[in-house]
Design a protein around this ligand. Structure first.
Ligand SMILES: [Fe+2]
Length: 184
């Protein structure tokens, strides 16, 4: 493994060959999670950190919302996204779920239990994923989403520039109650 900090000060660990736990993960509820998919990191300088991730760590820009780059390290539209902020840190954690039924079941399940829904249900025009963002007990923002776009033809892809406004985050009209999605 290799541990380093990005230019904003986020601690990153690159790991190879992690051994599987050897026993099945049994969740308390069948949320439909198929796997971790991406992380949103706070950046204190988006252009500087984009250069770091693309030039040093071989990430590629799939799209940008304002100055915020959505970065891929494989065919998945983004595994990392950098959102401007006054300080570093994890901005949100995304898990993919199997389908739209899981997104909507989570919405009603969480709402009924008083969990704060901070964005969605909605659809990202960038990755085309259908999403739901909610706040965990420690204030961390989590996202369930499904249908994230794959970029299979690396040679022909060109990053698109989306304006920093609510319709660039949700094409259905949902408004984010997430500071980094509301302020540049
Ligand atoms: Fe996300």
């Amino acid at each position: 493994m290799l541990r380093f900090t990005d230019p904003s000060g986020n601690a990153i660990e690159l790991v190879h060959g992690a051994r599987p736990a050897g026993h099945a993960y049994v969740a308390s509820r069948e949320a439909g999670i198929t796997g971790f998919s991406h992380i949103g990191l706070r950046t204190t300088d988006a252009a500087r950190d984009e250069a770091f991730w693309t030039r040093v760590c071989n990430a590629r820009v799939s799209d940008r919302i304002g100055t915020a780059p959505l970065l891929r390290i494989d065919a998945v539209h983004h595994k990392l996204a950098l959102f401007p902020s006054a300080h570093p840190g994890v901005q949100h954690v995304n898990h993919q779920v199997a389908g739209v039924d899981d997104v909507m079941r989570a919405y009603y399940f969480l709402r009924e239990r008083g969990v704060r829904i901070v964005f969605g249900p909605g659809r990202h025009p960038t990755s085309s994923a259908i999403f739901l963002y909610f706040e965990g007990p420690d204030g961390m923002i989590y996202e369930y989403s499904t249908g994230v776009r794959l970029i299979e033809d690396e040679a022909s892809h060109r990053p698109r520039q989306f304006p920093f406004e609510p319709t660039s985050f949700c094409m259905w009209g949902s408004r984010p109650d997430i500071p980094e999605f509301r302020h540049k």
